[in-house]
Design a protein around this ligand. Structure first.
Ligand SMILES: [Fe+2]
Length: 380
């Protein structure tokens, strides 16, 4: 008789209203304003040329290519989704969020020591402020950016997908162009942090986000949150910002929406043909449900193409599940080792410093490490 595959299990989750007694509810501070868009990400790069080439091959549309600044957009109506300035380091600077018209940016100047941005700094102009998150990462809040005219993109082939019960495609074929997966828009950003509680409280307060899914450690303490924008009755992506408790402060990845699964697949072919480093995919996520494909840019930063993600209105209840790697994907290849924290000398030194500075406890380290070590799919 075949051995039962105990790891082949449905992911477990509970709505916030029916949380088990040992699970702590994620605290939600009173928001200072309301983010309505993840507008763009800012980078510093020593060489703009290699980043520009990658952005083009990844399917972004480069709109400004100067000696000092690089700006790219998608086919959607955002004037820019990625901005790189030339500098001494290759690093992620920080995100810019579009804020609702009824958000008062003055509040951030007064309460969080933000500083005013000039319209020339912001793609599409408008107004904005810069503030620093708990680890000193620069976060921009912007309003009044001029929208761009959308660029042409092909229709999704999904509407003409044949299934055994519904077959609209007759006397026609599927022939999608071999081209970079046209990026439509910037979808989400994932950040790792040592002080999960402080970082999460800060972003929820500053941006008025709604936790869609929370994952907790074995002691019931939250260690990962998928947050969506509060757009009221307008459906919002399951997550726009994800914060994960880890052993360093780090950009983990950012994700870009493409039109359909065939764009994801053709994009994979093109990036592979150009010799870029593939990370993970194609697969389907559990939390957020996106079809995904992860790549590295020339400096090693991860970027994701995705399509077919979940959408929720503001009234959908937060759900909770245990923090474990297996819940990251429904099907597809195993999570690559490079996406898990590496236990090398540098990591050990980092842990030693965190313990010495009392920024993390031994107990918490053990809980995170146990969750990361548990094999997600033992047969892979
Ligand atoms: Fe993602």
């Amino acid at each position: 008789m075949a051995k039962p595959l105990t790891a082949l299990r449905e992911p477990e989750s509970q709505p916030e209203s029916r949380l088990p007694a040992h699970v702590q509810r994620l605290q939600r501070p009173q928001p200072l304003g309301r983010a309505v868009e993840l507008a763009f990400l800012r980078w510093e790069k020593r060489q703009l040329a290699s980043t520009e080439q990658f952005w083009r091959d990844f399917g972004m549309h480069v709109v400004e290519s100067g000696r000092e600044r690089l700006l790219a957009r998608g086919t959607g109506n955002a004037p820019g989704i990625a901005m790189a300035t030339r500098g001494r380091e290759d690093r992620f600077i920080g995100p810019a969020f579009g804020m609702s018209d009824d958000t008062d940016l003055q509040v951030y100047l007064k309460t969080l020591d933000a500083k005013q941005l000039s319209p020339e700094q912001i793609p599409g102009g408008g107004r904005g402020v810069e503030l620093l998150d708990p680890v000193g990462r620069a976060v921009w809040l912007v309003q009044g950016q001029a929208r761009a005219e959308p660029l042409p993109n092909r229709s999704p082939v999904t509407a003409l997908s044949n299934s055994a019960v519904h077959a609209p495609r007759v006397n026609r074929t599927v022939r999608t162009p071999i081209e970079p997966a046209k990026v439509i828009r910037l979808g989400h950003l994932v950040l790792q942090t040592v002080d999960f509680a402080a970082m999460t409280a800060w972003y929820l307060r500053v941006l008025g986000l709604i936790p869609s899914d929370v994952q907790y450690l074995a002691d019931g303490s939250p260690n990962l949150v998928f947050c969506r924008l509060d757009l009221g009755d307008t459906p919002a992506d399951h997550h726009t910002l994800v914060i994960v408790g880890a052993i360093e402060e780090r950009y983990e990845h950012s994700a870009y929406e493409v039109i359909d699964l065939d764009a994801l697949g053709q994009g994979y072919q093109v990036l592979r043909a150009h010799g870029y480093r593939h990370v993970w995919g194609i697969g389907r996520h559990v939390l957020g449900s996106q079809l995904f494909d992860y790549w590295r840019d020339p400096n090693g930063f991860e970027l994701e193409h995705y399509t077919d993600g979940d959408l929720f209105t503001a009234d959908a209840e937060t759900t909770y599940s245990p923090f474990d790697m297996g819940s990251l994907w429904a099907w597809g290849d195993d999570l690559p080792a490079s996406m898990k924290p590496q236990m090398n000398l540098r990591a050990l030194l980092r842990i030693a410093r965190l313990l010495q500075a009392k920024r993390i406890t031994v107990q918490r380290l053990k809980l995170i490490s146990a969750a990361l070590k548990a094999p997600a799919r033992p047969w892979l």
